[in-house]
Design a binder for this molecule. Structure first.
Ligand code: ADP
Ligand code: MG
Length: 306
């Protein structure tokens, strides 16, 4: 009975996560092609980053009139710290990251970086200050080196290789037919989700932005890949202001603050231990994730025995 229940439950878990990723990519494309309402003010100055403190002050937002997605969200990510956002699918987590990039303007409240309202600074300077490691990286149909160097076009070959090493992807690259000159993408070498994510991490390491947004991949990765990506993510977020949409237990446990988003509001907030002790929504999410991880481990063991 239990043997049947666990894998089925786990597959359902993966399916929901994949579906969500597809929704996110589509939403991202829609945003990149449209978003005409977001424009620079005439003569808008560039963002000046001192420490990189991010503040959301009573932020409200709706994509469509009549349906408010964020209903007054306030939090601060102090310079160099990490805040994790967790919560059920559809709660508004990815919307927070889109607003920080100013793909949309808030409909109430404000978002600031080191005290500067996002609406008062140039979009170019804003996006130069933020690095994003998305859940699903789209690579260019070009070489691996090109895909990494995109983070900082002026980077030298040695810098590209160092970024790949820190992102734990250099071993993989060297094993490909032409190394860094191997073509990837549609007509080239197909990379797995974990490999693509590490290319995105290398790209971000090269960009070296003061502020980072991570939309973490999920436990659909095998545990070895997960460990490598976790190491790479730890490196990229070291000393940077980091907002992470967290799926990994390790990130959540070590975050300076965790926000549990539900129905467009902050339902709970605190550090891991405080939230567990509370026995509320966070504790329930945590226990469910643990179950899924245990099931994944059981599945891997069963496959290894075959
Ligand atoms: P999460 O990342 O927490 O799963 P999202 O921030 O992606 O949630 O979405 C929050 C809500 O906003 C969902 O109900 C979603 O359907 C809706 N939504 C997301 N993108 C759009 C969009 N481009 N237009 C209209 N509604 C959207
Ligand atoms: Mg999302």
């Amino acid at each position: 009975m239990i043997q049947f229940y666990i894998p089925l439950n786990f597959l359902g878990f993966i399916y929901r996560e994949i579906k969500q990723a597809i929704v996110d990519i589509e939403a991202m494309f829609a945003v990149l092609q449209v978003a005409p309402e977001v424009t620079d003010r005439p003569g808008a100055p560039d963002l000046v980053v001192s420490g990189g403190t991010v503040r959301f002050e009573d932020v409200r937002f709706s994509y469509d009139e009549g349906r408010e997605i964020l209903k007054g969200i306030s939090f601060e990510v102090p310079a160099g710290r990490t805040v994790a956002i967790v919560g059920p699918s559809g709660a508004g987590k990815s919307t927070l990251s889109r607003l920080l990039f100013r793909f949309y303007d808030v409909s109430g409240g404000r978002i600031t970086i080191d005290g500067q309202d996002l609406r008062d600074i140039s979009q170019e300077s804003l996006r130069a200050a933020i690095g994003m490691v998305p859940q699903d990286t789209v690579l260019f149909n070009d070489t691996i080196a090109y895909n990494i160097r995109y983070g900082r076009p002026a980077a030298s070959e040695a810098e590209v290789e160092e970024a790949a090493r820190l992102a734990r992807i250099d071993g993989f690259i060297r094993a490909t037919p032409k190394g860094f000159k191997t073509e990837v993408g549609e007509r080239g070498l197909k990379l797995s989700g974990g490999e693509k994510q590490r290319v995105a991490i290398a790209r971000t390491l090269l960009k070296a932005p003061p502020i980072l947004v991570l939309d973490e991949a999920t436990s659909a990765l095998d545990s070895h890949t997960e460990k490598e990506i976790q190491d790479a993510l730890d490196r990229v977020s070291e000393g940077r202001t980091t907002l992470v949409i967290a799926h990994r237990l390790s990130t959540v446990v070590s975050a300076d603050e965790i926000l549990v988003l539900a129905d467009g509001k902050v339902a709970e907030r605190g550090c891991h231990a405080e939230l567990l002790a509370k026995g509320g929504l966070y504790a329930a999410l945590w226990n469910r994730q643990r179950e899924a991880e245990d099931a994944a481990a059981a599945l891997a063991r069963a496959q290894a025995e075959e």
